[in-house]
Design a protein around this ligand. Structure first.
Ligand code: HEM
Ligand code: NAG
Length: 469
């Protein structure tokens, strides 16, 4: 009996030894040679999110980069992430190997914008939608709407100069929204514009709130506003279909779309892409414009030079007041460089997110499938290796073009911003009229930054506009 148990135990022991060895061998076979990037992951679920949000995110990223180098890992909102702070790494993810990394957004946000909006997609559908968006916001198309943009700019400025203190960011948002609506729909009945504005505002308020469907919460209200937007845009779509207008604006392009099999886009695809573009166009442009006003205000010498440049454009009209043209907007080199430098210094899109669709190896490091990958635009834009004295606001540095992939305020590669031409033109038009006719003072000016979630000057930069003459 005793012998029996001994043999039994021996067999168990041998069996477990054997399976241990086999497993180990198996593991060794599977184990890839590359190691994970350096960095700390923090607590399993919350990771380092609290640290990132509790301190200035710039300091968070910069201190990590200092400690670990250009590639490091961390955990944000429960997700393991690899952060990339070199131009080469950003190029790898965005430009040369985009098929290895897909766009990634929380489901709750996707639902508010609309899951068919192009920036949630990659591959075929993305490429086709992108083509439509690109052609509606090309320099060609922006050229045609420049007079309308000018009209919006003039009336916005007029409304700011009634002696009241304005929140610059909020006013810039209204301006960017109207330009967005114009380039998406072309001329649109006032009734529709107002309805869009009202519901879009509610949508936006829920975007950065906790996503719960409990009645009364901001997210719940946003979902309801999103459904109303479906109906409103649906009505506009119906009208346009009946009128059979051919148009270069985005809605016209979406309506004219014919796929390879002759298929057209569903109403849902049309609405989701329209809301998506409005969303991508408004706060981005508005926060950059707000920063431009702050930077110009803080540098009176530069402000005089930029004013001079804009006055010269008026004078070249031999006294006659004429509308701005596309070619005139190409004759504003200093103003243009102020825009470029503001985009760099403020880096309002500090980074972007992708997700590895397979195990990826980069520079000897392993990026496991499912991990998030974040190219850190701001760190690259503030690296003294690429921009000397990076904290200094110096538009003249753009007299020499930056090296490839060191300057990406509009991203790069398959998802690069298709609205960048429109954004620059609308900023130039607004700045032109502002600089030739108005002065502005800041009220309670500070150097504090607020996150909206894009960085903007504290309180949206309160200012008072005064019309000269
Ligand atoms: C100064 C203002 C703007 C800035 C700084 C900006 C920046 C960016 C960046 C960095 C991306 C790429 C994001 C990524 O790769 O994950 C992007 C994408 C996009 N932007 Fe802009 N943008 C601006 C204005 C606009 C405007 C005015 C429009 C619309 C007319 C627009 C429409 C889009 C769209 C539709 C995408 C998604 C493209 C895709 O996924 O293929 N943006 N933008
Ligand atoms: C985007 O990437 C390409 C290829 O690396 C490069 O030539 C181009 O300059 C990049 N664009 C920007 C804005 O850096």
């Amino acid at each position: 009996m005793k012998l029996f148990t001994s043999i039994f135990y021996l067999i168990i022991l041998l069996a477990s030894l054997l399976s241990y060895c086999l497993l180990k061998k198996e593991k060794r076979k599977q184990k890839p040679t590359a190691k994970l990037p350096p960095g700390s992951m923090g607590w399993p679920f919350i990771g380092e999110t609290l640290q990132m949000y509790s301190q200035d995110p710039n300091i968070f990223f910069a201190s990590k980069q200092k400690r670990y180098g250009d590639i490091f890992k961390t955990r944000i909102l429960g997700y393991p992430c690899v952060m990339l702070a070199s131009p080469e790494a950003a190029r790898f993810v965005l430009v040369t190997q985009p098929q290895l990394f897909k766009p990634t957004y929380p489901k709750s946000k996707e639902k508010l914008i609309g899951p068919s909006a192009l920036f949630f997609h990659q591959g075929d559908y993305h490429a086709r939608m992108r083509k439509l968006v690109q052609s509606s916001f090309s320099p060609e198309a922006s050229r045609k709407v420049i007079t309308d943009i000018e009209r919006i700019a003039i009336s916005s400025l007029e409304s700011w100069s009634n002696g009241q203190v304005i929140n610059t960011f909020l006013e810039m948002k209204k301006f960017a929204f109207e330009v967005g609506v114009l380039s998406i729909f072309g001329q649109l009945e006032k009734k529709y514009t107002e309805e869009l504005k009202e519901n879009y505002c509610i949508l936006e308020k829920g975007y950065n709130c906790f996503p719960t469907k409990l009645p009364g919460t901001a997210y719940y209200k946003a979902l309801k506003a999103r459904r109303r937007l479906n109906r409103i845009i649906g009505e506009i779509v119906q009208e346009r279909k009946e009128k059979k207008m051919s148009a270069t604006n985005l809605l016209g392009q979406l309506l004219n779309y014919k796929g390879e099999m002759g298929n057209t886009l569903s109403d849902e695809q049309i609405v989701d892409n329209i809301i998506g573009v409005l969303f991508a166009a408004q706060d981005t442009t508005a926060s950059v414009l707000t920063w431009i006003l702050k930077y110009l205000h803080d540098d009176p010498k530069l402000l005089d030079l930029v004013k001079e440049e804009q006055m010269a454009i008026c004078e070249s009209e031999n006294g006659e007041k004429q509308a701005l043209t596309w070619s005139k907007t190409r004759q504003m080199p200093l103003t243009y460089r102020v825009i470029l430098e503001s985009l760099r210094k403020a880096s309002i899109i500090s980074f972007t997110f992708r997700e590895a669709t397979v195990d990826v190896e980069y520079e000897g490091y392993r990026i496991p499938k499912g991990w998030k990958v974040m190219p850190l635009f701001r760190n690259i834009h503030h690296n003294p290796e690429y921009f000397t004295d990076p904290e200094n606001f110096d538009p003249f540095r753009f007299e020499n073009p930056p090296k490839p992939n060191t300057y990406m305020p509009f991203g790069n590669g398959t998802h690069a911003c298709p609205g960048n031409e429109l954004a620059k033109v609308e900023m130039l038009v607004l700045l032109h009229h502002m600089l030739i006719k108005y002065r502005w003072e800041l009220v309670g000016s500070s150097n504090l930054v607020q996150y909206s979630p894009f960085p903007i000057p504290e309180h949206g930069l309160r200012a008072r506009f005064v019309k000269d003459i």
